[in-house]
Design a protein around this ligand. Sequence first.
Ligand code: PMT
Length: 412
Amino acid sequence: MLQHVFKGKNIIVGVSGGIAAYKAAELVRLLVKQEASVRVIMTAGARNFVGELTFQALSGNPVGTSVFDLAEEARIGHIGLAERADAVVVAPATANIIAKLAVGIADDLLTTVIAATRAPVCVAPAMNVHMLEDRRVEANVRRLRELGFRVIEPAEGDLACGYEGRGRLPEPVELVEEVAGALQPDDLAAKRILVTAGPTWEALDPVRYIANRSSGKMGFAIARAARRRGAEVDLVSGPTTLPVPRGVNFTRVLSAEEMRRAVLASAPRANAIIMAAAVGDFRVAKPRTTKIRRIGSALSLRLEPNPDILGELGGAHRSSVLIGFAAETGSVDERAKEKLERKGVDMIVANDVSQPGAGFDSDTNIVTIVERGAKPQRLPKKDKDEIADILLDRLVRLLDVREATRSGRRSR
Ligand code: PMT
């Protein structure tokens, strides 16, 4: 949930006349769920696809349709709407409205409000793949980027017109992420962040494995938050059922050894590494190549330790900021401090996984942040998305300190 980003924010959802207009209804519902105040503006074309009443019911606000209707203008007031907006999102954006925005035409309520607002404007092109590839449309989209509009990349797949390819409106949850990104600072722009997530699976034989209860939610929340704040994100994850976040470089792994290889390959490019994965500490020394048969008697398997990936990355010589997690059951502060020193990292985020609402598979977590030279800070129970942003606030500070230390050394 992104209530910490959207609560009390005024969002204008502009709907133009494409078949994907039906998805805007779900976008409005999700934004309202995040406690944003949503005003919908429909173009004349959009009203051919979805009724105003749908958007009015979902947003709980009157829907704007015309700048020339006196009653509506008195009720809504396009300049007030533009001034109060914290963000505008046009979804779907047709070739027609993209062309108008690219040259500054303001001939209806939506284009007029966009001309009058100072808020960031996200534009989600959605149309037939050939229309999207039309040179004039491409040029207009390029122009929108140059003008500072936040263009949301169309998705690929089945298009409503029967074609397949680029041009789908991204799913509403993905649009919510993009709008949240417009509301948050771009304080990780030009930074590369490597995040690990999920469990590892250590094979016993071709059909069985040793795993743990990590769902990947914590690591994925961090990856999404870092991307919203402008970072280039490499996400290395063990097996999970979560959707791959849009716009991140994703590597799926199974075992701790595979995770180690993927992490070590990305680590040299990373400004920061955040290890939220629950890496298996042990693996079967000799996994069988054929299925272990039931023989009616006990079975002994020898386990050997897995490499400690975080420990391998840690130490004083590294150039990246390193953040580890610690899954504990009791004595959180002491164990986290011990891990901070032993693994040679900048910060440990400890969670007591025996607490309700904390740790594995929960949408919330209760964490204690332990940094060198500072008192451990325990946060109350919060959504994992909010915790991710709090950790990234700390990370921004650590990156600044590291940068200042480095430039101090250079100038000496
Ligand atoms: O995925 P979720 O369901 O959302 O659950 C989130 C979580 C509980 C998995 C997460 O919040 C968490 O605590 N992750 C770390 C789990 C863990 O492995 O803790 P640890 O105390 O065993 O390890 C300490 C640190 O060393 C971790 O950063 C871990 O990624 C790393 N590690 C551990 C073992 C190993 N062989 N190599 C490692 O790099």
